[in-house]
Design a protein. Structure first.
Length: 139
């Protein structure tokens, strides 16, 4: 082992990654469009400080104030997963529920779900909780 440690976290194996529990970002609000159906996510936009003259000039050019949030609308499958990702189910559970609900084989459901969760994670809309492994004191 060298003097400096790697800044990269250790990669998760498949078994551990399927045991993670996806959690929605509590900083975003969401609601079903029309009460039920597809989900609309409101993502707050971060304001960066700018000189007042620049803000005034930009507002005059645009003739309106910049938005405080942006909206992301999910399709039926994405909305189904978003509703279930409340931290109580593992990725493995979501794969099986997706496969049953949309009549997919397990492998297709797994590939689609993992890609969707990766996209949400890169946008900071989803995080993952890992349950600590339980150590047993058996001789």
């Amino acid at each position: 082992m060298g003097l400096f440690r790697s800044s990269k976290p250790a990669a998760l194996d498949r078994r551990r990654s399927l045991a993670l529990k996806p959690l929605r970002n509590p900083g975003v609000s969401w609601e079903p469009v029309g009460g039920i159906g597809p989900v609309s996510i409101r993502i707050p936009l971060e304001r960066r400080p700018a000189p007042k003259a620049v803000v005034w000039f930009a507002a005059k050019l645009a003739r309106k104030q910049p938005p405080d949030f942006r909206t992301l609308e999910l399709d039926d499958v994405g909305s189904f997963i978003w509703r279930l990702a409340d931290g109580s189910r593992t990725v493995r559970d979501l794969i099986w529920q997706l496969a049953v609900e949309h009549r997919l084989n397990r492998k297709d459901a797994e590939v689609a779900l993992l890609e969707f969760l990766r996209q949400l994670s890169t946008r900071n809309l989803m995080a993952f909780a890992e349950l600590p492994t339980q150590q047993t004191d058996k001789p």
